[in-house]
Write a protein that binds this ligand. Structure first.
Ligand code: NBP
Length: 472
């Protein structure tokens, strides 16, 4: 019997927790998984007695859905999503909604949406953030698709999403790939946030060598102020964990080789393609790549030498404060760059993204949730067409106030031979963006010299181009 409000295909980590969340909010949910034994295991372990239909075939799954049918796919991104869509198409009808809740590439979502529209089926690309715990307790949800399809989904998604400041962390982002694009940008920002925290750790470690307990305290203190966020909080907790085998802090026995799944690279690649500087997230992606070539780094460390270690002789509290300010300022630049990227994509694809909505749904449920997103929300509420977050009066004031400490932290790192690509590229962006005059006059001269690319003159109206005979 068609009794289910929604159905979900793909009972891996995310799918399993999402359906438990949906069921706990009063929805009847049909579940299916390619390997059917997974459905049986889910039923036995977590689903017994709950309001689910445990489907053993796709036909049974679709048959259990109320009309218009809402079928969410939660499988590995890429070809598996296309495979499931192809299996669903003959079983669905015009007006039904197929949702892809995985981390799909936005251009795949655009392609799928177009193809399904021809069959009268609404296709939604929905970004779901917050990992396993978010899926279960309330994620941040970024849906992209038609207005008609959204009408069918809104009652469910706004109920299962996290709540921040009394509002659900779920808004309709826009048509076709908008939801998946915003989720990808979110992941890019997450890369940046994590890298910046690691750089703060690296500077303090080299200069002050705090114990794990002291680090835990530093991050606990930071979490009480403007940096208050999920990532700072878990960082403080990480430093408190001891390895039972060695008695050492677990963080000290974790190998320094970072992994990545690809959303960071997609974010940076498309920013470059659109001509948007995304240096902080770019540094974060590159830092992960460099970290992964551990063997080369070990070999190079025997050949290439940095400055001799110089323990910090000044006031420890002052350096900690400088690093905190550098982290905060760099984070602002990273979000500013990310928002500019979203603006460029919105213009390119005519998505009409709402930045106040985006900042507000990132305030809860997701990995980048942070107190300062309230400030970003307020900035776009005050000025929906803000060109760059750094120009918002609140953020401009923070950057102007913290820049002296920001420079102290970066200088300290450079003096000690500590790589801080996130902090320093953020500072370089700040210094470039606020400079009325750049050295690009020389660059244009070089281009004109070797390629006759022409240049505009400072003493003539814009739009007139000149060539100089450099060889005469
Ligand atoms: P995985 O990304 O590990 O995918 C496993 C699921 O995909 C299983 O249910 C598997 O079925 C199914 N599947 C595969 Br693989 N190929 C299939 C095919 N050809 N046809 C049908 N089903 C197929 O699961 P996940 O970690 O739960 O993530 C799901 C999505 O959510 C991904 O896009 C991921 O990027 C995204 N996401 C994950 C997280 C996270 O923290 N893990 C957070 C946010 C978003 P089987 O059991 O038969 O093999």
């Amino acid at each position: 019997m068609a009794s289910c409000d929604i159905g979900l295909i793909g009972l891996a980590v995310m799918g399993e927790n999402l359906v438990l969340n949906m069921e706990s909010r009063g929805f009847r949910v049909a579940v299916f998984n390619r390997t059917v034994s997974v459905v049986e295991e889910f039923e036995a372990a977590r689903g017994k007695g709950k309001n689910f239909v445990f489907a053993k075939s796709l036909e049974e799954f679709v048959g259990a859905l109320k009309k218009p049918r809402r079928a969410q796919i939660m499988v590995k991104a890429g070809a598996p999503v296309d495979a499931v869509i192809q299996q669903l198409i003959p079983l669905m009808e015009p007006g039904d909604v197929i949702i892809d809740g995985g981390n799909s590439l936005w251009t795949d979502t655009q392609r799928r949406e177009k193809a399904l529209k021809e069959k009268g089926i609404h296709f939604f690309g929905v970004g779901v953030s917050g990992g396993e715990e978010g899926a279960l307790k309330g994620p941040s949800i970024m849906p992209g698709g038609s207005k008609e399809g959204w009408a069918a989904l809104a009652p469910i998604y706004t109920k299962i999403a996290a709540v921040a400041e009394g509002e659900p962390c779920c808004r309709h982002m826009g048509p076709d790939g908008a939801g998946h694009y915003v989720k990808m940008a979110h992941n890019g920002i997450e890369y940046g946030d994590m890298q910046l925290i690691c750089e703060a750790y690296a500077i303090l470690k080299a200069a002050l060598n705090p114990s794990a307990e002291e680090f835990a305290q530093i991050f606990t203190d930071w979490n009480k102020g403007e940096l208050d966020s999920f990532l700072i909080e878990i960082t403080s907790r990480i430093f408190t964990k001891k390895d039972p085998e060695t008695g050492k802090a677990v963080v000290d026995i974790v190998l320094d080789k970072a992994g990545q799944k690809g959303t960071g690279k997609w974010t940076v690649g498309h920013a470059i393609e659109m001509g948007v500087p995304l240096s902080v997230i770019g540094s974060a992606v590159e830092a992960r790549i460099l970290s992964s070539i551990k063997d080369q780094r070990v070999a190079a460390s025997a050949v290439l030498h940095g400055p001799a270690p110089k323990p910090y002789s000044g006031d420890r509290a002052k350096l900690i404060e400088a690093v905190r300010d550098a982290l905060y300022a760099s984070k602002i630049i990273s979000y500013a760059q990310g928002m500019v990227q979203l603006g460029a994509a919105s213009e390119l694809y005519k998505w009409n993204l709402n930045f106040e909505d985006i900042a507000s749904i990132w305030r809860g449920g997701c990995i980048i949730r942070a107190r300062f997103l309230n400030r970003i929300t307020a900035a776009y509420k005050a000025n929906p067409t803000l060109k760059n977050l750094v120009l918002d009066p609140f953020f401009a004031d923070v950057l102007n106030r913290t820049q002296a400490n920001w420079r102290i932290a970066v200088t300290n790192a450079i003096g000690n031979g500590i790589a801080v690509p996130g902090f320093s590229s953020a500072l370089a962006y700040f210094d470039s963006y606020r400079s009325a005059n750049s050295p690009a006059n020389l660059l244009q001269a070089q281009r004109d010299y070797f390629g006759a690319h022409t240049f505009e003159r400072t003493d003539k109206p814009a739009g007139q181009f000149f060539h100089y005979d450099w060889l005469s």
